[in-house]
Ligand binder design. Structure first.
Ligand SMILES: NC(=O)c1ccc[n+]([C@@H]2O[C@H](COP(=O)([O-])OP(=O)(O)OC[C@H]3O[C@@H](n4cnc5c(N)ncnc54)[C@H](O)[C@@H]3O)[C@@H](O)[C@H]2O)c1
Length: 365
């Protein structure tokens, strides 16, 4: 039986938008009808590449188009709330780029609007569709790592440099979505430092530490001012350790059968220093990781969720949790590394009234 044709309009054809347009176009029974952007030059590039797509600088035309089932938004973060709200109000399913909005209250309002209108609201946390990231989750779920001690993420490169959001919102938003996906938990508190070297008030370098339930520590170093492109996360458990590197296209995941065992030496049981540590240095396993382009998988998943009316993996609540953590991290940076409790989404209000609605701990150290 032929599936219903799904018509999608896209808003934003800058650096990232064309990836989504291309991926959507490749899905059977999906038609990208209109692409809207304020920048006519960007639209002309789309017209050259995909002559069948109608280009327009009239964003309302793409939002209100009665033929469209869905709208995909890849514009700067400050525009996400308004564009996604208007799309949902026009009865369209929405895939909007990450981070969902600049404020958690906006995220919640969009989540409610989508729920009330029974529409899919998915967010471009594309690493949830990365086969290596999925493999690591599978290994964590199997219990092979044992108790997780800590996670360390490095996400650096020289550019692309943004002025609208800092390196935290641009880059670490990916890591926060990955941590949540792996741990099935949200962070409880954060301490962070950041520096703005290129544009005043926009941190190019951020170092943040999050505390998750069960005393799991997760650290992120995010920067677009670094000589090396690194996309790497290490997870250290009490039984095994794992490293994921997105730069290793063929073998992105390595499982290290290594650990440190601490036990009390019976011979010294009465002495204060009667502990022995034993380092076990076992094999390194390179599990098979399926290929496939994450953005293609993300777009296919969005269309499937529309067809089957089911909650996307990259759902708006997860994206709201990420924004809550980002807001708290900004607050910690503003307070020079103070420990900031990360509230439940309903407690976050975009950092506009932190003193009343966020609990700010004593400065670290
Ligand atoms: N998932 C990923 O890996 C990934 C990668 C890059 C960017 N992104 C996200 O994609 C979004 C866009 O990033 P980008 O790098 O493409 O930015 P960009 O600045 O290169 O492109 C944004 C485009 O949106 C257009 N635009 C701006 N305001 C508009 C409006 N109100 N209506 C219509 N068009 C408008 C601009 O003219 C521009 O062409 C951001 O949210 C970013 O975080 C995600």
């Amino acid at each position: 039986m032929n599936q219903k044709l799904i018509t999608v309009n896209c808003i934003g054809a800058g650096r990232w938008g064309p990836n989504l347009i291309r991926a959507l176009r490749n899905i059977p029974r999906v038609r990208v009808s209109k692409v809207a952007d304020r920048d006519v030059q960007r639209l002309e590039l789309i017209a050259q590449r995909f002559p069948e797509i109608c280009i327009t600088s009239d964003v309302d035309a793409a939002l209100t188009d009665e033929d469209a089932d869905a709208v995909v938004i890849a514009t700067p973060v400050r525009t996400h709330y308004d564009l996604a709200r208007r799309a949902l109000e026009c009865d369209k399913h929405v895939l909007v780029e990450k981070p969902l909005c600049g404020h958690a209250v906006q995220c919640q309002s969009l989540t409610r609007l989508a729920q009330d209108n029974q529409l899919i609201l998915a967010v471009g946390h594309v690493f949830l569709f990365n086969a290596g990231i999925r493999k690591v989750r599978e290994i964590i779920e199997s219990g092979a790592l044992g108790k997780i001690y800590y996670i360390h993420a490095t996400r650096t490169n020289l550019g692309p440099i943004r002025e609208d959001v800092n390196a935290l919102w641009d880059l670490a938003s990916h890591d926060l979505s990955i941590f949540q996906y792996w741990l099935d938990a949200v962070p409880q508190e954060v301490t962070a430092h950041g520096e703005s070297f290129l544009h005043e008030g926009v941190e190019d370098v951020v170092v943040a530490s999050y505390r998750y339930p069960d005393n799991v520590l997760a650290c992120v170093h995010a920067s677009w001012l670094n000589p090396r492109k690194v996309r790497e996360i290490t997870v250290v458990g009490d039984r095994k350790m794992i490293v994921w590197s997105d730069m290793d296209v063929i073998e992105p995941v390595r499982l290290y059968d290594k650990n440190v065992q601490t036990r009390r030496d019976p011979g010294y049981a009465d002495s204060l220093g009667g502990f022995q540590t034993q380092i076990r240095d076992g094999d390194v396993l390179i599990p098979h990781v399926a290929g496939g382009e994450p953005v293609a998988a993300e777009c296919e998943h969005f269309i499937q969720c529309i067809r089957e009316n089911r909650r996307p993996l990259n759902h708006a609540s997860l994206a709201t949790d990420v924004v809550c953590a980002l807001e708290a991290t900004n607050e910690s940076m503003r307070r020079n590394g103070a420990m900031v409790k990360i509230g439940a989404p309903q407690d976050c209000d975009g950092g506009r009234r932190p003193a009343r609605r966020m609990t700010v701990g004593a400065p670290a150290g």
